[in-house]
Design a protein around this ligand. Structure first.
Ligand code: ADP
Ligand code: MG
Length: 803
């Protein structure tokens, strides 16, 4: 068997070899012909089918398996330029197939260069959001499944180490700018010197302020010789942007430039004018009457998204609700996008994180609950529906203050939009339900307060001040519509850079935590009564801070022009109630019911009247306002007489009569007695004359005392002078003796050269003068005590400093 098998095996091997070499030859021929066809590619030809294009076998197979046959407009115009290696600025409406317009050239250009693993990174696609990056990566996987390239997704939210290990082996990367830069800076094995292609999807978004520094840093890591492609529905064509990316003679492919509208033709666009406080009612009514639809609702902040999601979930509208915002964990975000993609009927509440590029299948409605920051954002948001030849509807909610200018902005961008009215009979109000929910669930109320603040903040930081006018919004009613007992008060830091302010989210808003518990419903008050209050050191500190006269001032809403936001009377009242933390106000009404100078019996378990709080007592101090003792610190006061003096006032001067009885200096007389003494005018004149005489005599006495003191001082001085004179005479007598060595040396002492020698008598006089006479005239130079140990030292330091 072995023999007979031998020749046959040899024959078979030979034929396999032959077929293999034939195959290789054919592949080689195909490859050369493909290169040739690309070289000969006519850039003006409007290609209809993918098979008409010079594409490799693996790409064509991938497209066919993904059911892509015919090219869309942007694909037909852009792919040929891409295949030729040209830089592209691609602009086409949302949902018109831009993703394939850059992914096909990426696969093809690397294929024709016979890119292999050891060649490293060949192409990089940047996306502004993780969700979009994931979506692009999925399309790449689908159409590139017959290629041998390695492709990776770099979007953060995963371990950096894990990504680092694999990054060095990747040929194509889809990434978000931040994470990519992190790798470029930190991953040693990651090289980009060989990069051939860079793509920016949603390019205008990536080129704007938020990503500016990151993108510039990324581009700094990449080779200058490369192909760069920019795609967006609202394309950047700022020369400065193009210079930043060093585009070389780019082809501007703008397929819908001449179209009558900037939005998909099968999209119906409407707006409703509804005041801010009514928005949630209208949204609720809309959801209730569209239970068989798939809807995305855009809001301006993650906190609003959370609140509306939580609140509506409690109200159970009868359709699955989902929510998406940037602060969710990566895993959760992914789950939600997948779920919403698969859902037939659902409502997704979202921030602008879902505004760009996301291709959720079959979305029926796009609702913009909050006005978008500009017309471009509007275009991207509505672009989540009516994608690739499908139909869709969009509704924009506008406050009357936003309507005129926003409509102008949309018209300018060629957005056809019509006004519709909400049917009155279909409208339901959920205000009361929301209020009940917030009352029962402090957590929800807290989320509502956050939502309110972040909405106001989002309006405040908008660049287009003609549309967004915070003063024109009825914020108090808006807070009510969220179920809140009053508008939380907000303070804004002033500054000019709106972007920076937008990012400085936490620092900017300051919410007074005692916001308006005084609502008619009195929800919070009741809740407070039910739960025993444990007051911590921090509570007391907080209360003390709120007693500050400036507290109210700081927590008022401040406009960008520095003026206070006008609020309704209700706000003022609410503000007043906020000050209830001030100790005086708290006990105003209930003074009489409180114990005055009472014991500190804290264990009193009897129900107390409302103003009387446990552990609080009043101590009366000599007829003055009673002192409130509500903390341990205050309790300590009672032990110190010295400290209590502060609260007692200054006291009065008393005089004593001969019997030792104390009297005030000027006591009130009985009226009859006063009249008996004669006419008031005369009495006054007499009193004045007496007092003048009294002061004159007192003055003379004082002067005499001063004179006497001066005389004594003079006597003392003279006595000392006499003593010194005698001493000097004695010395002179000694000096007449022969000079000693010491005397000689003295003659050459430096002090003698500098100052003429004065007689001792003279010196003494100067000294005594300086001590006795000059001191009162001139303040003497004060020297600090060497070491402060006692209170006296401290006092002497203070008086010294005060001169
Ligand atoms: P854009 O990036 O312009 O918003 P996408 O690339 O996300 O649009 O494509 C929008 C939708 O159109 C996607 O669902 C995609 O599968 C589909 N699509 C794109 N190109 C084609 C094509 N040539 N034929 C059929 N469907 C396509
Ligand atoms: Mg896109």
């Amino acid at each position: 068997m072995a023999q007979s098998n031998g020749p046959r095996n040899g024959k078979h091997a030979k034929s396999t070899q032959r077929t293999n070499s034939l195959k290789r030859k054919r592949v080689q021929e195909d490859f050369s012909s493909l290169i040739q066809r690309v070289e000969n590619l006519d850039l003006k030809e409007p290609y209809k089918a993918f098979t008409d294009l010079p594409l490799s076998e693996p790409t064509l197979s991938g497209l066919t398996s993904s059911h892509y046959k015919h090219l869309t407009d942007i694909q037909s115009r852009a792919i040929s330029h891409g295949l030729k290696g040209r830089d592209i600025l691609g602009a086409a409406k949302t949902g018109s197939g831009k993703t394939l317009a850059f992914l096909i050239p990426i696969l093809e250009n690397l294929y024709r260069r016979q890119w292999a693993e050891h060649d490293g990174l060949g192409a990089m696609v940047l996306s502004p959001t993780r969700e979009l990056a994931i979506q692009i990566f999925e399309v790449l996987r689908k159409i590139g499944r017959y290629h041998h390239f390695s492709a990776g997704l770099v979007i953060g939210g995963k371990s950096l180490r894990e990504e680092q290990e694999r990054l060095g082996r990747m040929n194509i990367l889809v990434c978000t700018p931040g994470r990519m830069l992190q790798h470029l800076d930190q991953t040693a094995m990651f090289e980009t010197y060989n990069l051939q292609m860079l793509v920016l999807d949603e390019a205008d978004r990536i080129m704007d302020m938020g990503f500016q520094k990151t993108v510039d840093a990324i581009v700094g890591h990449l080779p200058k010789q490369r192909q760069t492609m920019l795609f967006s529905a609202t394309q950047t064509n700022k020369v400065s942007d193009l210079a930043r990316l060093s585009l070389q003679d780019p082809e501007y492919v703008a397929v819908h430039e001449t179209a009558s509208s900037a939005t998909p033709s099968k999209l119906q666009q409407h707006y409703v004018v509804t005041s801010l406080p009514r928005k949630l009612d209208v949204l609720w009514s809309f959801i209730r009457s569209n239970l068989k639809s798939k809807t995305i609702v855009f809001m301006s902040s993650g906190k609003q998204v959370r609140f509306v999601y939580e609140a509506f979930r409690h109200l159970q509208p009868g359709i699955p609700l989902m929510h998406l915002h940037g602060r969710q964990k990566q895993g959760g975000r992914l789950d939600i996008t997948t779920k919403f993609s698969q859902a037939k009927h659902a409502v997704l509440f979202s921030t602008d994180v879902a505004a760009r590029g996301l291709d959720f299948p079959a979305v029926d409605w796009v609702i913009q609950l909050d006005c978008p920051e500009d017309a471009d954002t509007y275009i991207h948001r509505v672009g989540r529906t009516a994608r690739y030849e499908r139909e869709g509807r969009a509704v924009l909610f506008l406050d009357p203050s936003e309507e005129p200018v926003m409509l102008k902005r949309l018209e300018h961008k060629k957005v056809p939009i019509e006004r519709i009215n909400v049917k009155a009979n279909k409208q339901q109000s959920i205000k009361n339900q929301l209020q009940n929910m917030c009352f029962k669930d402090p957590e929800l109320k807290y989320v509502g307060q956050k939502a309110f603040i972040s909405y106001v903040k989002s309006v405040y930081v908008q660049k287009d001040k003609e549309i967004f006018k915070i003063k024109d919004l009825n914020l108090e009613e808006f807070a009510g519509s969220l179920g809140l007992p009053g508008a939380p008060r907000i303070k804004f830091i002033k500054g000019d850079d709106t972007k920076e302010r937008k990012n400085a989210s936490r620092a900017v808003a300051y919410m007074s935590s005692g916001d308006n518990d005084s609502d008619a419903e009195g929800g919070e008050k009741k809740a407070k009564k039910e739960t025993p209050q444990v007051r911590t050191k921090y509570d007391r500190m907080f209360e003390r801070r709120n007693q500050d006269v400036l507290a109210g001032h700081y927590s008022k809403l401040i406009n960008d022009d520095g003026t206070l936001v006008e609020t309704t009377k209700a706000t003022d009242e609410a503000d007043e109630d906020d000050d209830f933390l001030s100790v005086k106000r708290r006990f105003d009404a209930g003074d009489k019911e409180l114990e005055v100078g009472g014991s500190s019996d804290e264990s009193d378990s009897e129900p107390e009247p409302e103003p009387k709080k446990k552990g609080v007592k009043l101590v009366s101090l000599d007829g003055k306002d009673p002192l409130v003792i509500d903390s341990k610190r205050r309790e300590k006061l009672l032990k110190s007489k010295k400290k209590l003096l502060k609260f007692k006032g200054k006291g009065t001067k008393l005089v004593y009569d001969d019997d030792g009885n104390a009297h005030e200096l000027y006591e009130m007389e009985d009226e009859d007695d006063f009249k008996a003494k004669g006419d008031a005018k005369e009495q006054r004149a007499r009193f004045l004359a007496e007092e003048t005489e009294r002061t004159r005599v007192a003055d003379l006495e004082d002067k005499e005392v001063v004179k006497q003191k001066r005389r004594e001082k003079k006597e003392k001085r003279k006595a000392r002078e006499r003593e010194l004179l005698e001493e000097e005479e004695n010395e002179e007598r000694l000096a007449q003796l022969p000079p000693t060595e010491d005397n000689d040396r003295d003659q050459f002492s430096p002090s003698e050269d500098e100052a003429p020698r004065r007689s001792k008598k003279q010196r003494v006089r100067e000294e005594s003068e300086s001590e006795e006479e000059r001191r009162p005239k001139k303040p003497t130079k004060w020297t600090a005590p060497k070491e402060i140990q006692t209170l006296e030292d401290l006092e002497s330091l203070a008086t010294g400093l005060l001169g």
